[in-house]
Design a protein around this ligand. Structure first.
Ligand code: PLP
Length: 399
């Protein structure tokens, strides 16, 4: 008998780590690597936010805070939800954690009993299933194909709900596909969910501000009948380029929000007091940089999608948000690379691409859909131009 718990054995190491590990090894051996794997903006945290953190240090805001967030930050979050999402929470209905991931983790841990099911549309963000497994639950995947832009339909949801279903997790704009649910689509999903009041809804809105083509963001808690059983998760990482600061938050029912705080009080306690002060400035201060940054991402998306579709063997949808594209590499499967290695699946494709060209991307199967790969275009245009040229040459050399 080993020392490790049974629940640890239920989860697998992050499949994206294999690519990261390989890229790091190749870099260490002197090879030029272009990483299109990172899930974080390449922009810097805006200066006014940094300044607020410096002032917090200087003013001695360096002690424990209330476990689930300072009053100032909770008020800023309440205002944000009101201003941007038309959602009205009170101070007992919002919580602050160590990133959005932490809030999701606590919410799942607080609610899952053995055997409970969580509906996860696939492709999905890699952490959802493993968090559910760690909590003793069962992830139930709903495969969402390219024909519906990788989005789940009301019919698919209805078919997969049963009396063990505890949660459904929605993520728009999506990691890894960049797909965005329209208001109409979410209202359609809402109609089905109204029939199943025992199902909690988690809406992961972390990419809310990375949205293009004049699309208006809509979140499912805006539907009044679903408000009280929706946990609306958001964070500072993507919108404010603050991945390292570790601030995420959520609004939801008082019962759930207090349970999340209870778990947090026995684990991490509050997220950094300094990061919280910075987050207050992020939410209350100028929002002027958000649009230009989204526009810069849009230019990159346009370029990447156009170039990918010029490459023989690759097909790519034109997603409306986040900073990811999820092209198909199905036509490359079954071919041999220039070293004579056969590409049997998407993992072989990304491994061979990395070894031959130094371009690191992540295989679709890591996100629950085989035959695709994810590109993060949160990197410089020069890197993107270079990487796309290399991918093009790589595909040309496949036989
Ligand atoms: N949700 C999605 C879909 C993500 O892609 C990420 C980060 O990559 C997160 C949540 C969590 O971000 P953080 O913990 O930095 O707030």
């Amino acid at each position: 008998m080993g020392i490790l718990s049974a629940s640890l054995n239920r989860i697998k190491p992050s499949p994206t780590m294999a690519v990261v590990k390989k890229a790091t090894e190749l870099k260490a051996s002197g090879k030029d690597i272009i990483s299109l794997g990172a899930g974080e903006p390449d922009f810097d945290t805006p200066d006014n936010i940094k300044q607020a953190a410096i002032e917090a240090i200087q003013k001695g805001k360096t002690k424990y805070t209330i476990v689930d967030g300072t009053i100032e930050l909770k008020r800023a979050i309440i205002e944000k939800f009101k201003r941007e999402n038309n959602l009205f929470y009170n101070e007992k209905q919002v919580t602050v954690g160590v990133g959005g991931k932490h809030v999701i983790f606590n919410a799942i841990l607080a609610t899952i009993n053995p055997g409970d099911e969580v509906l996860i549309p696939a492709p999905y963000w890699v952490s959802y299933p493993d968090i559910v497994l760690l909590a003793g639950g069962t992830p139930k995947f709903i495969e969402c194909g390219e024909d519906n832009d990788f989005k789940v339909t009301p019919e698919q949801i209805e078919k997969n709900i049963n009396n063990k279903t505890k949660w459904i997790i929605l993520n728009s704009p999506s990691n890894p596909t960049g797909s965005v649910y329209t208001e109409e689509e979410l209202r359609g999903i809402g109609k089905v969910l109204e029939k199943f009041p025992h199902v909690q809804i988690m809406s992961d809105d972390i990419y809310e501000h990375v949205l293009y083509d004049n699309l208006k963001f809509f979140t499912i808690a805006e539907i009044p009948s679903l408000f009280s059983r929706t946990l609306t998760v958001n964070g500072l990482s993507k919108s404010y380029a603050m991945t390292g600061w570790r601030v995420g938050y959520a609004g939801g029912s008082e019962e759930l929000i207090q349970a999340i705080g209870k778990i947090q009080s026995q684990s991490t306690t509050n997220t950094s007091s300094i990061s919280q002060a910075a987050a207050v400035e992020a939410l209350n201060g100028t929002q002027d940089f958000i649009k230009p940054r989204a526009d810069a991402f849009k230019d990159r998306r346009n370029f990447v999608v156009k170039r990918l579709n010029e490459i023989k063997g690759i097909n790519c949808k034109n997603p409306k948000g986040a900073f990811y594209v999820f092209p198909s590499c199905k036509q490359c499967i079954g071919k041999k690379d220039k070293n004579g290695r056969k590409i049997e699946n998407d993992t072989d494709f990304v491994t061979s691409l990395l070894e031959i060209t130094g371009v690191a991307v992540v295989q679709g199967s890591a996100f629950g859909l085989e035959g695709y790969f994810r590109i993060s275009y949160a990197t410089s245009m020069d890197n993107l131009i270079n990487a796309l040229n290399k991918i093009e040459q790589y595909c040309k050399d496949l036989v």
